[in-house]
Ligand binder design. Sequence first.
Ligand code: AMP
Ligand code: ZN
Length: 463
Amino acid sequence: MVLYNTLTRQREEFHPLKDNTVRIYSCGPTVYNYAHIGNLRTYIFMDLLRRALKAEGYSLRHVMNITDVGHLTSDGDEGEDKMAKTAREQKKTPLEIAEYYTSVFFKDLDRLHIDRPEIIAKATEHINEMLDFVVALDKKGFAYETSDGIYFDISKFPQYGMLSRISLEDQQAGARVEVNGEKRHPADFALWKKAPKEHIMQWESPWGMGYPGWHIECSAMGLKYLGEYFDIHTGGVDHIPIHHENEIAQTCGLLGHPAAKIWMHGEFMLVDGGKMSKSLKNTYTVDQLIEKGYSPLDFRYFCLNAHYRQKLNFTFEGMDAAKKSLRNLRSALQKHKNAPHSESDERIKELERRFSEAVADDLNIPKSLGVIWEAARNPVKDGRIFDFAVKADSVLALDLDCCEPEEETVDDALKTHIEELIALRAAAKKEKNYAEADRIRNQLQSEGVALKDTPQGTTYTVL
Ligand code: AMP
Ligand code: ZN
């Protein structure tokens, strides 16, 4: 198997460091809000990595953190703790906020067929491990105290920037106007923050009451569950220049070397060619996709069409196409189910081999999907092609064995779906959003549902 390592900028032959078990750490969500489809793309990438490694015969020991403290609203160690801010705004405790958004996150993972890592580690349950780490760094001379916290002194770690390949001088030149005048270097980062009295989450420390910095949690929990050396660390590309650089600095400070051998990063999801952001109202959730008539697996299929190191542009046209394709793929595979073994053994073996090779080639899932399509369209029908697709589905997880009904009936689920869309369309019309109203009509049309507006309201027929 070959994997791309951001640290070396090379594709590397993969072999686990120890026995047959692959040790992985994945940066998990900050649970102060719903995960959006961009976040979820990164977890689909993480899941594909898991499934690909399992298909290669490896066992996994995989840790993912849940950030429920320490992630501030600004990456520059300023601003409010994201959990505390949401708790204040929603008049709840940080624990309630964390529990709610964590449970929705796991529901999303389940719906997208993202397997859960073996170990889920909450930051608030590892405060002691983080404190031990910070104390040890301080003892080794990598930390200094300011009036608001304990900071990592990157001048003590000249290799800082090894992951993003941005030198210390460039860090200095590119730094925004420095807010915290007590920091020795703009890229120094908080290991521990001192808590003002009114701060809602705080723990005792050698420096008084406070709370951990965001980066220390991943270094501390990685060390606890995976040891001084582990195989793979994952996250989104936005983590390369700050969060992962800081993790490496902390770990190298304590251990003298980075803990993870391979650093893998999922590229970003864009929307309509641009950035996804709350102010642009283009940060969709899985629930919103479902409301618009897509299944979570339509979205998974959409993601699987791009390599994890490519940017992926989200559009609803793309989702429509994904939905249709997934349906067609399943139907085409059904034609092979239980068919006599009429194809040659070589052809079946060749398809299996090409599928596995694509997956093992730095997770070339788009290529592996192409092999499944080729198999599905194979002119000779053969039950072994269906069986091959089902086996391949242990990696793709698209319910490829799912039998699409030949003719849709107005069963309860469909009825609810149509009625929800009709209600959405009525609301759009009321707001004079005719483009949206037309879009919903067209979507229903493409799903085989014709609408008729009558003085009594909208009626429909399933074609
Ligand atoms: P957060 O909860 O903000 O820490 O983010 C969770 C994960 O989502 C991180 O691994 C981020 O790198 C990733 N992420 C954030 N925005 C996007 C995006 N637009 N596309 C893909 N991944 C993203
Ligand atoms: Zn992390």
